[in-house]
Design a protein. Structure first.
Length: 284
């Protein structure tokens, strides 16, 4: 299945269960509330958060321009209709508590995960888990950078915006005609495996950026409200991309992935993270 088909499958699955959207109990169970009552991602407080190669996009002006259009589309075409379906007061307040939108400074795309946190893997995989010290992670970063820095920077093209069944709001991209992103991902994974050995790596298939998450349903949701929300989700997925983002300019729907970093995720969804090594890719 190609990436476009994979994104289409995500949309179809969400539409099929849209009356109960989002099904986010499993994700929300890991989260915690702040002083205002809003759900926030949890920290990997033991210091053993996932380690992998990520493209941190806040300093990539092309990427930020594209992702702002995507964020605005979700705000305007999904979240605004959801809010309008709810009663003023406690229902809308509960929606605010359940909505987590990623700060622009944390926008990222995962290239490869080398090592998971033990809480996120099954028992059989956990038997292979071991702690990776910062000094070892830095050495891995040097090895991966040496292998991948000469590679051409992929040009990623926006394919679709997806509301996921679990409440994630994602911008899905596809590789360029040269397959540079797939080659980069494979090279990162191989270099990391050579340096770390067979640990708890996790294959990544999509080229996506998660812009936010709705972590549950508003309090006291009535059937007619759930139906209105389901209709909004399905209408969004039925709308052509150029109408969702308000442009058919190809240059506003693509960016070059110019740099990669080896990072440890300290708070879920890269809300806080530790960088071991970053490097630029070749301009191709």
């Amino acid at each position: 299945m190609g990436l476009s088909d994979a994104y289409a499958d995500i949309r179809v699955r969400c539409d099929a269960a849209a009356e109960s959207w989002p099904q986010a109990d499993g994700v929300r169970a890991h989260c915690c509330r702040d002083e205002s009552g809003r759900y926030q991602p949890p920290a990997f407080s033991d210091g053993d958060g996932p380690i992998g190669c990520y493209a941190m996009l806040a300093q990539n002006s092309q990427a930020v321009r594209v992702l702002r259009l995507c964020r605005q589309a979700f705000d305007r075409c999904v979240l605004a209709p959801v809010r309008s379906a709810l009663d003023a007061g406690r229902q809308r307040d509960s929606l605010d508590e359940l909505l987590f939108m990623a700060d622009e400074r944390t926008w990222h795309m995962c290239v490869a995960v080398f090592h998971e946190h033990p809480s996120l893997i099954d028992e059989a995989t956990r038997q292979r888990w071991r702690r990776v010290e910062p000094s070892e992670a830095k050495a891995v970063g040097e090895a991966v950078a040496a292998r991948t820095a000469p590679m051409n920077a992929p040009r990623l093209v926006l394919d679709s915006l997806c509301v996921c069944a679990d409440g994630a709001l994602i911008a899905g991209f596809v590789d360029d005609e040269r397959g540079c992103a797939a080659a980069l991902r494979e090279a990162c994974a191989r270099a990391g495996g050579d340096a770390l050995g067979m640990l708890t790596s996790r294959p990544k298939r999509l080229l996506h950026v998660t812009l936010g998450r709705l972590l549950g349903r508003a309090e006291g949701l009535r059937p007619e409200q759930a139906a209105a929300i389901a209709a909004a989700v399905r209408a969004f997925h039925a709308t052509p991309l150029r109408e969702q983002i308000g442009t058919d300019d190809d240059e506003l729907q693509a960016f070059a992935l110019r740099s990669v970093a080896l990072m440890r995720d300290s708070v879920w969804w890269m809300t806080r993270c530790e960088e071991f090594k970053s490097w630029e890719l070749a301009e191709g």
